[in-house]
Design a protein around this ligand. Sequence first.
Ligand code: GTP
Ligand code: MG
Length: 301
Amino acid sequence: MTSEDAHRSGFACFVGRPNAGKSTLTNRLVGTKVAITSSKPQTTRHAIRGIVHRPDAQLIIVDTPGLHRPRTLLGRRLNDLVYETWSEVDVVGLCVPADEKVGPGDRFIAEQLKKVARRTPVVGIVTKTDLVPKQQVAEQLLALQDVMDFAELIPVSAKDSFQVDELSDVLVSQMPEGPQLYPDGELTDEPESTLIAELIREAALEGVRDELPHSLAVTVEEMNPREGRDDLIDVHALIYVERSSQKAIVIGRGGERLREVGSQARRQIQALLGSKIYLDLHVKIAKDWQRDPKQLRKLGF
Ligand SMILES: Nc1nc2c(ncn2[C@@H]2O[C@H](COP(=O)(O)OP(=O)(O)OP(=O)(O)O)[C@@H](O)[C@H]2O)c(=O)[nH]1
Ligand SMILES: [Mg+2]
């Protein structure tokens, strides 16, 4: 076998400002939802691995939280996680949305990235190209080019699947030769309970605003097949908020919002598990958890 057609494998991570479209792009490349997405900034809170299986390669995408100016201990922890992740991968994809000017946030990330760029190639990715005219995509590519030296630059749209396969080719071309690292068919190594908690958080994020999206956290407390039934799983989960006023919003008048969140999450979880579930949701206050090391640890940060 020549090295041209040797099997390649390795890790690529997506980094960028919050809301740049990293998780949506990860899901599109993997072909299934491994990361939740939302229009609220700072949706992703851990490094999520999604696995792309190809005949010639296995590409592990690590989706990371959006890098931002931290205001809480959680924010600092999330940024540190990004720095840690990008120092461990074979290639970094810096994501910048086509519909927002390249700004100080992107330049700050590029400055930080230059430290790893000596060892690790960085691909510049202009995301969400479906939102702007072609000319603006071209301008964005030029603007991004000025920010740092990229191994390659590529525009994509996760929504339209525009150039998503090409991006996969670009990332694979930066992978070392190597064997398959994950078994066939495995699309993520996220534990089921994490995926479920995230689907609940995604549902809860919908329709809330200001500080509330940041204050939400979800844990799955228990998950058991219903006794005497093989077609029903009981899932008990907690939605955490930081203040009692937030609790009232999440629950809604007469419990209406919480019911909506529950039924939306239930649909998604049933699709994930391929089984009927009963979802028991409770809202709990964990006062200022984003700033409290002890509570952060309890919530897995
Ligand atoms: N039109 C369009 N919208 C997109 C595209 N990709 C992502 N979006 C939207 O952009 C918003 C943010 O997407 P995410 O994938 O959650 O962004 P992210 O970079 O992971 O955000 P954080 O996890 O907060 O850092 C969501 O509302 C997505 O639906 C795209 O290709 N086209
Ligand atoms: Mg994300």
